[in-house]
Design a protein around this ligand. Structure first.
Ligand SMILES: [Fe+2]
Ligand SMILES: [Fe+2]
Length: 348
């Protein structure tokens, strides 16, 4: 015969159990129906629980996935990046929120995802693992890319029109953009930063549109006044871009593309760290292109002379590390100016 006290205790435990079951059901429902991949990992980055959406992405059951790591599902390089992110969360206790990544799926297609990773802590505040949520944003990414292609195509049309007016200046900007992109890729900049740099390169001499062609392409020595006028293209360009908003320092990059580390550049004589990295890359790409392409007033000086200019002035006019990277790229291309296409004609 149960006493009153035991009955009360039983009732309490029953209610508690029901409450737990309800909470568990809610959690399971959430996991099963969320159209995002949800996963929990232990301190060794092994999956200890995944939701249905995650498992279906790999045509497996959640149980089959347990105990495996990202190295089982993704290409090595990609899995390594994920491992590093997990390790960061585990060791710092800081979350990674909404990181955008492009991943290669086992079926060979690429998708774009946004990932959030947070640390799991026990009652004592110790980190016992990580929890991640990954959302597929491929469709959104494709819309963005189409929009971007449209903008870039418009920019190319503008470039083409300018190139017809002044083939030297605007063929030059297209080629500078190719070189700058390559250097930035080698440094490891992210896509958006590279895109901004490419746009800066495409637009960096647009101010020359306001300078008479007779002066721009004048054969022979320029007078001091003419030289000053040409130098003004930097400020003119900056003034054209400044009123518009850019999420990256695009106008500033262009404003600084003739500055040199030793402070002997123009228009403001900025030196060293005052020159932003984007402008330092642009300066190298600008000189490399200018020296390897013919102008109406002189023949191309050739890639060997351009390389010499960079070597002689690494750390003086140009950023030493960036010069090193540029020379490595040139070497890898066997001194072939990869920034020129057939129409441009190569100048060695
Ligand atoms: Fe310039
Ligand atoms: Fe230029």
């Amino acid at each position: 015969m149960k006493t009153k006290k035991t009955k009360r205790k039983d009732k309490f435990y029953k209610e508690l159990e029901e409450k737990f079951a309800f909470e568990r059901e809610l959690f399971q429902n959430l996991l099963d129906n969320l159209p995002d991949a949800v996963y929990f990992k232990d301190r060794k980055n092994r999956l200890i629980r995944v939701n249905r959406f995650y498992a279906e992405g790999f045509s497996m059951t959640p149980e089959e996935i347990l105990g495996k790591t990202d190295f089982h599902f993704f290409p090595r390089e990609q899995a390594q990046k994920m491992f590093e992110d997990d390790t960061y969360v585990l060791t710092t206790g800081n979350p990674i929120i909404g990181k955008i990544e492009r991943t290669l799926l086992p079926n060979g297609t690429n998708n774009c995802v946004t990932t959030t990773k947070i640390p799991i802590k026990n009652k004592r505040g110790e980190i016992t693992g990580t929890m991640g949520i990954t959302r597929d944003i491929t469709a959104y990414d494709q819309i963005e890319r189409t929009r971007l292609d449209m903008v870039m195509s418009s920019l190319k049309v503008l470039d083409r029109v300018l190139e017809i007016r002044d083939p030297y200046t605007f063929g030059h900007t297209r080629r500078v953009s190719i070189i700058a992109e390559k250097i930035a890729q080698d440094i490891g900049w992210d896509e958006n930063k590279i895109l901004s740099l490419k746009m800066s390169a495409e637009l960096h001499d647009i101010g020359k549109i306001l300078i008479p062609l007779e002066i721009l392409n004048k054969p022979g020595k320029l007078s001091e006044l003419e030289f000053k006028l040409i130098q003004e293209h930097v400020k003119k360009c900056y003034d054209m871009l400044k009123p518009h908003s850019f999420p990256f320092p695009l106008p500033e990059t262009i404003y600084q593309h003739h500055e040199r580390l030793d402070g002997k550049g123009y228009p403001r004589g900025l030196a060293g760290e005052k020159i932003i990295p984007e402008a330092r890359i642009l300066a190298i790409a600008d000189v490399l292109e200018a020296m390897t392409f013919h102008r109406p007033y002189r023949a191309a000086l050739g890639i060997k002379k351009a390389v010499q200019e960079l070597k002689d002035n690494a750390g003086l006019k140009y950023d030493q590390d960036m010069v090193k990277i540029t020379l490595k790229i040139i070497n890898e291309n066997n001194f072939r100016p990869f920034w020129m296409n057939n129409e441009d004609g190569a100048a060695f």
